[in-house]
Design a protein around this ligand. Sequence first.
Ligand code: NAD
Length: 494
Amino acid sequence: MTLATATGDISPDQIIVPSGHWIGGRTLEDGVAPLSVLRPSDGCLHGAVAEAGAAVVDAAVKAAQAGQAAWAAMRPRQRGDLMRRWADLVDRDRERLARLESVVSSRALHETRANDVPAVAEWLRFYGEYADKLEGTVTASGDDRLSLILREPYGVVGIITPWNFPLFLATWKLAPAIAAGNAVVVKASELTPWSVQGLAELATEAGLPHGVINVVHGTGPVTGRALVQHPGVAYVTFTGSTATGARIMSDAASSGIKPVALELGGKSATVVHADCGDLDAVADHVTWGITRNAGQLCYAGSRLVVDERVADELVHKVVQRMQRLTPGPTWSDSTSLAPIISERQWSRIDSLVQRTVDEGARVQCGATPQRLQGGCFYPGTVLDDVRTDMTGFREEIFGPVLCVQRFTDPEQALGLANHPVYGLSAAVFTRDIQRALASARGLKAGTVWVNRWGRTPEMMSSPFGGYGQSGIGKESGRPGIDGFLRSKTVWVDF
Ligand code: NAD
């Protein structure tokens, strides 16, 4: 692997990050900032954040309660207008947000400019349009009795998000939450704390009441737990690992039986039948599916389940594509393989790969961690002949590592593709419509793509969420906002 050379005019040291927490429409400086935030691209220290303990979390929840009261008192149409104005400010400040998003994450600057930040603006507009269209229902019981089924916000929603798409994953939650009339307290990952705060500051400039959007920083066990357990938080929505999701569910149960929505890990299969058509096109999808953001993606297509008749040729094409990837810093335009977010995650990827190799998997390419100019990189890796008892099949690796399982009888494909634990997404490539539909029905996953891999912008209108231990609840589309509303039945006699 050769490192991409820095292109463009960005010096990461010049990217200024916010300080303190963002509470009630202003910065709350918290004295000491004990949490160092490193740049994964070069391993340098970029800044530090404070860790919100119970008192700061309490201040944020109180600010959110006040903000929610003001927000709920507005006409829904006005709330939608303010969300659209907020989206306009995101467009205006696209470059600043794109840099904030990219500098301490694995997200390439050219992608945060072209995709992530524009998607954030679109998401605010999309849910802003829903704000005044959240109708309830009326049922009649005879001529003298009506029941009104009203839909109401929960109040304060606690949002906890991971580091892999920091800005976008937070917006997936906060946009529908506030469009439904809630206020939010967001705890972003301690590895990527600042971009969400940059977004929150613009909400205040757009005219949203102070306290509708609050951001607190800190680690999961301290700040995250304090947020989940706070009695003023009525609903918790979380994206992250399955292990943390289980802890949050248990904390939410023991601190007031509050509802939780969980978007968790995945081990998604891409099933390729011999009648898949153009193998180059399939290889493009398979490669992108596991190397986008260096595989640090919940719905990464991390398993290839492929018909033996096309397996060698397809694997060869994927290996060729992986070997063309150029690792490099997020601020370089020529980078096509992102850095791994932390040294810890990098070592974890390698130990899972080595364990799978020791268990008998065949290395087709990659499998050697690399340190390049201070950053941690992992090459595109293909492990072949992976069996269902191997580590590479069972564990979410969260790196650019494709595990290949071959089948000789198409009837075996679904049995191999369905995972005993995870069910976030799956893809199937076949030109046979009956096989495609039968596969879509048989795949145990919340989303199935046929003849493609991955979400596109227009998929914001359809729900996304996992089966099994990949999660509870749906984000995106209409169900994404319905989850932030509860219903109240009002009986009226007259
Ligand atoms: P993580 O579970 O380690 O952390 C996620 C967030 O939870 C962080 O903000 C962390 O500080 C916080 N946290 C940790 N312990 C906590 C606790 N006890 N209480 C409250 N909060 C706590 O996950 P990560 O390493 O940041 O992200 C990678 C994981 O996220 C992968 O498993 C990936 O599949 C998953 N993910 C899922 C989706 C999806 O939509 N399903 C999307 C992106 C990432």
